[in-house]
Design a protein around this ligand. Structure first.
Ligand code: ATP
Ligand code: MG
Length: 582
């Protein structure tokens, strides 16, 4: 490509509303253009990167035996009503009416459509397993679209769905997809960590996320410093140390605690550690089983004072479709207790109490007495309040003990979720009556897996992981161009001839080369080249009269190379770089 005939609308200033480097450089470097909140044009440079990600995905998915299909974005509501998600999915689902007043949604994910496709075409176990994928645009009306393509509303996803007659067969394909994803992200030149994950709105029983490690990541990950354990914070558990609460049980006693509401205040006032305080939270929820209802139920949860509650975990325990902290008014109405002095003792009989396992063995703890300005001391779980519904609803944190090995401590880091693989089981095939005939001629629901990759998010996370203050430092596999050729003086005939020669030869052997042939100042060309982020920049300038040109690597290294061997050198450098990642 010649820069003069290409569309790379770069900007000198960083857009003020861009928050993270990938978003800043993608906008400043003319990769993408915002047209509405969470909705972007992909300009030629951006599309080149996206196509490279897609190409790697396609090659690896095809190698794994998956078949490419293309499903529509517009999905008739009946399919989503059949699975029940029409009612559960909430406002992220963009619902649309056609001219005949029929309901549709713009697909945020395609389990329903693929189940419909397979049910109509697969009748027998003999046709299984089957793994189908597409690379297609999704729409999710995200509550907080941000970071450019990272969390967009319209975005490209590779989604794959596998169908099996047995769970062993699903296990084998899931494992194959795990390896395929590992290979895809390696080939993209990215550093990643695989973590066990929450299954979210898609559902199912086992899932793992592929996380690109980067400080700007929206997800928190915990991994063990001495074994393989790694999990999204939404899913992470810990091994509780039981030695905190010792001593013989004391009698339950009320103590005055005027105005002491928070854990910090109570801890200071009564001189007890956070770990001995039991905090009580009240939530309103609508269960998943209540598809169209609007009536909230109440749940009371207690956990140890040093832990925060995980709403994701609580949502699962309650199987809640909607979950929200109860208002002070609700709490007063139902529990007759002021916030800040709530406790699990003597709750009304119709209230269900969930006890986090951090609380289940507390002896001589402290908790609110459910009346203003009073707490209980000498509180013993099981004796003073029922601890028969023990759950794990706490947010595990750095420094907690690893749940899988002895002695390991959890370390926290940030990650960008680029891929997610799930074992769905029969969740969709049962709700949508998707069945096949097994070996005995009996009907069985398909056993399913599903596997997603955010294409744009993957591209952007490469910038997040590797950039300097001037622009992206692309891994060669994703770089929009592998080489950029710059002449210091565009009109100098000798420089121009050298550049043209290299450009033509490199193009002919399928090296992606951009020739900056513009009649611009060298400084402008260098700034733009930094934004293009090609691994190798060839600068043809004054030294050409002495027979040499400059090789300038995006990572910083520079050297002079004889013009006569420049072509061979470029080819061997690019070959080596390509090989390094593969
Ligand atoms: P997140 O937790 O980030 O909202 P998700 O868990 O809802 O994502 P999945 O349903 O697992 O996402 O979708 C598969 C992949 O699609 C994700 O791993 C991610 O890479 C990508 N993805 C999801 N939402 C977006 C978005 N709003 N913008 C860009 N990519 C997205
Ligand atoms: Mg996910």
């Amino acid at each position: 490509m010649r820069f003069s005939q290409y569309l790379i609308p770069t900007f000198r200033e960083t857009p003020s509303d861009a928050e993270i480097p990938s978003q800043q450089f993608a906008l400043k470097g003319g990769y993408i253009k915002k047209i509405a909140v969470g909705i972007y044009d992909l300009l030629p440079l951006g599309l080149r990167v996206i196509r490279k990600v897609e190409q790697i995905i396609r090659e690896e998915m095809n190698k794994a035996g998956a078949l490419e299909v293309m499903m529509p974005s517009m999905i008739p509501a009946e399919l989503w009503q059949k699975s029940g998600r029409w009612y559960r999915y909430g406002k992220e689902l963009l619902r649309i009416k056609d001219r005949g007043d029929r309901d549709y949604c713009y697909g945020p994910t395609h389990e329903e459509v693929i189940v419909d496709l397979v049910t109509n075409n697969i009748k027998s176990y003999k046709q299984l397993p089957l793994n189908l994928y597409q690379i297609q645009n999704k729409f999710r009306d995200e509550i907080r679209p941000r970071f450019g393509l990272m969390r967009a509303r319209e975005f490209t996803m590779k989604d794959a769905y596998s169908f099996h007659a047995t769970s062993e067969c699903l296990d084998a394909t899931y494992q194959r997809m795990f390896q395929t994803y590992t290979q895809i992200f390696k080939r993209c030149g990215l550093k990643f960590r695989v973590v066990s994950a929450d299954s979210g709105a898609i559902g199912g029983n086992a899932s793992q996320e592929f996380m690109i490690t980067a400080d700007s990541g929206e997800d928190a990950i915990l991994y063990c410093d001495s074994c393989h354990y790694a999990a999204n914070i939404e899913k992470a558990t810990t091994r509780l140390t039981s030695s905190i609460h010792t001593g013989d049980p004391l009698p339950l006693k009320e103590v005055p605690t005027p105005g002491q509401r928070t854990i910090e205040e109570v801890s200071t006032f009564l001189n007890v550690p956070f770990t001995q305080i039991i905090k009580t939270l009240v939530y309103n929820f609508i269960p998943n089983s209540d598809l169209e209802g609007e009536i909230f139920s109440l749940a009371v949860v207690c956990l140890r004072g040093d832990y925060e509650l995980s709403e994701v975990k609580l949502g699962h325990v309650l199987d809640a479709r909607v979950l929200a902290l109860a208002s002070d008014r609700d709490i007063m109405d139902h529990l007759n207790a002021p916030v800040g002095f709530l406790g699990p003792i003597d709750l009304p009989a119709d209230i269900k109490l969930l006890v986090d396992d951090s609380v289940a063995s507390i002896i001589n703890g402290v908790t609110g007495a459910s009346k203003a300005d009073v707490h209980y001391v000498g509180v013993c779980a099981g004796r003073d309040f029922p601890n028969d519904i023990v759950v794990d609803v706490k947010t595990v944190r750095a420094g907690d003990a690893c749940p899988e090995c002895s002695g390991g401590k959890l370390i926290q880091e940030r990650g960008i979720e680029v891929g997610h693989i799930f074992k769905l089981g029969t969740k969709y095939s049962e709700s949508m009556q998707a069945q096949f005939l097994d070996e005995q001629g009996k009907t069985q629901p398909f056993i399913m897996g599903c596997y997603g990759i955010g294409v744009g998010r993957t591209a952007m996370s490469a910038i997040e992981q590797s950039h300097d203050d001037r622009g992206p430092i692309w891994p060669i596999q994703l770089a929009p161009f592998e080489v950029i050729i710059i002449t210091a003086k565009a009109e100098d005939t000798e420089q121009k001839a050298m550049a043209e020669d290299l450009y033509t030869k490199l193009m002919s052997i399928k090296i992606d080369v951009l020739f900056d042939d513009r009649n611009e100042r060298i400084g402008v060309k260098f700034n733009d080249a930094d934004l293009v982020g090609a691994p190798l920049r060839i600068v043809i300038g004054n030294k050409l009269s002495e027979g040499s040109i400059e090789f300038n690597f995006r990572t910083g290294e520079k050297r002079d190379v004889k013009a006569s061997i420049a072509y061979d050198e470029i080819v061997s450098i690019i070959e080596a770089l390509r090989h390094q990642i593969d």
